[in-house]
Design a binder for this molecule. Sequence first.
Ligand code: PEP
Length: 251
Amino acid sequence: MRKNIVAGNWKMNKTLQEGLALATELNAALEGATLKCDVVIGTPFIHLAAVAAAVNTKVVGVAAQNCADKASGAYTGEVSAAMLKSTGAEYVILGHSERREYYGETSAILNSKVELALANGLTPIYCCGEALDVRNANEQNAYVQKQLEETVFNLSADDFAKIVIAYEPIWAIGTGVTASTEQAQEMLAFIRTLIAEKFGKDMAENTSILYGGSCNAKNAPELFAQPDIDGGLIGGASLKVEDFKAIIDAF
Ligand code: PEP
């Protein structure tokens, strides 16, 4: 059965000390509480090992925000999937629009990253989503379909069963503009239909699909109540325990 997941994406925020304090505070707020979703925090690389050691990873899962598209070797500055796994991280966010846009991540690069993440026992949280001009042209479905077909739809059924999808319309990320509940539900239902066509109905029913883009304590209850929205990928609102916890409690 698919899981509800609320995953934070800290992006390039928080020093090591600040990040440790945030993770520890979140862990204390959640440990012992009855949660209706899995909780994950996506930290910068340098925080991963310390954060994974500081939290109960059964309560607060730890995610990296990227990994190398190569297994190992002379790739200065890169961090491999095997290295991530060795920190205690269990997830990796891949294909975030900021990585695609600012760091030129293509579908070919993402295929390698997803493959290496899976081979090293990490759960990819695979992001997709269209820019505003695509939405204005009403071409968002074809755009997202292509993103999936070029990447995660190439996986075997066994591997696809291990991933989480996050739909994040670029025009809603960090802008304060959330997709309407109808827009988000419509797209997630569409993605689920595509999964059913490609891998079968059971796979579609069992895949967790998240919405991301200016999700906050106010809009989360309505978004999470939709039949195809299994949780959120949360940027800005994951940087304060109070805000993030309120989203977690929206389930
Ligand atoms: C994100 O970066 O994945 C995101 C959803 O950001 P925000 O919540 O700040 O829009």
